[in-house]
Design a protein around this ligand. Structure first.
Ligand SMILES: [Zn+2]
Length: 322
């Protein structure tokens, strides 16, 4: 099982690199769309004496901890209990029309990784839930594994986990189900995946890592949510405002890259499509041709950082977007 020291779990990834895209001398309001433990927000508030930070998180417990941590900044910090996908309505409800920056760290917040009872990790035995927001009404991971067709389970594990043994794993999950003992706990799933894949000598990550990631993405509908979030975040930026997003696996990074491209006006439709179907629109200028990755020193010091990729874009003014 993976061993992360406590300190590394609570350290923000690519902190300086992501904040480097914002102008703290002139910015009035920046949204920390994935507040988590409040590490990024704290650093932003420390870099300016007048900046206001709006922190969004769908996890009430994380929100409470971050609010306590940031209490010393008084009314310069506002916490809003909402999914980052609701950035537009959350800001409207708070009476905010436009912002100078939006930051999102798509990694599972450290707090959630540490909560064994919610079934995010195979390091602890727990019911296989994986919902970030238990009030979301979404199905749990165990419910998905009970109800989806075998081919659907395989597709989820392949697409969202990039797991090559997806079909074998799906077969085994459905076989257990047919035998009247569906997979219901983190340990059952981790053991099942390990028994399909075996464990290669010297492998650093547990073989079930990719399958767990895939289920988490499916349970929380993370791909749809991420696309909608980027679209809305681009809309709430002032001209010249900046969005910075840190992704933790290639699927997420691909979504960020493609949405940024679409919002920079690059049509991705097949050549003979008579009318653009991809909704390309010129609103953003991409600031990172290639994603920014952690330095070898950061990757060495913080295992969570190893797969992190940062991309940023700037909102164009009306006249630039023509
Ligand atoms: Zn198009």
């Amino acid at each position: 099982m993976e061993q992360l020291d406590a300190a590394s779990r609570h350290r923000s990834v690519l902190l300086d690199e992501s904040l480097g895209f914002f102008d703290f001398a002139t910015s009035e309001i920046i949204v920390d769309a994935t507040l988590g433990m409040g590490g990024h927000s704290e650093e932003m508030l420390e870099r300016s004496e007048s900046l206001r930070v709006i922190g969004l998180d769908q996890d009430a417990a994380a929100l409470k901890l971050a609010t306590e941590r940031l209490a010393r900044f008084g009314n310069r910090f506002t916490a809003i209990h909402t999914n980052f996908a609701d950035i537009r309505s959350a800001l409207a409800d708070a009476g905010i029309e436009a912002v100078d920056g939006v930051l999102a760290d798509l990694g599972l917040s450290s707090f959630q990784i540490d909560s064994p009872e919610r079934g995010f990790s195979f390091r602890f035995d727990a019911p296989l839930d994986m919902r970030m927001d238990p009030d979301s009404g979404y199905q749990t991971a165990a419910e998905l594994l009970e109800e989806l067709e075998e081919v659907e389970i395989a597709n989820v594990i392949y697409r969202f986990g990039e797991e090559r043994a997806s079909r074998k794993i799906a077969r085994r999950i459905v076989k257990r189900r047919e035998q009247g003992r569906p997979v219901k706990t983190t340990t059952e799933l981790a053991d099942l995946v390990a028994s399909v894949l075996g464990r290669k000598h010297g492998e650093r990550i547990h073989p079930a890592t990719r399958t767990f990631q895939a289920l988490r993405i499916a349970v929380n509908r993370e791909t749809e949510i991420l696309e909608g979030f980027i679209d809305d975040a681009a809309d709430v930026l002032k001209p010249g405002g900046v969005i910075a997003i840190i992704a933790f696996h290639s699927l997420e990074d691909r979504i960020v890259k493609n949405e940024f491209r679409r919002l920079s006006g690059k049509c991705s439709c097949p050549p003979r499509m008579p009318v653009c179907q991809c909704r390309a629109v010129k609103k953003l200028e991409i600031l990172t041709k290639k994603p920014i990755e952690p330095t070898p020193a950061e990757a060495e010091a913080n295992p969570r950082a190893r797969s992190a990729k940062l991309r940023s874009a700037r909102r164009l003014a009306e006249q630039e977007a023509r």
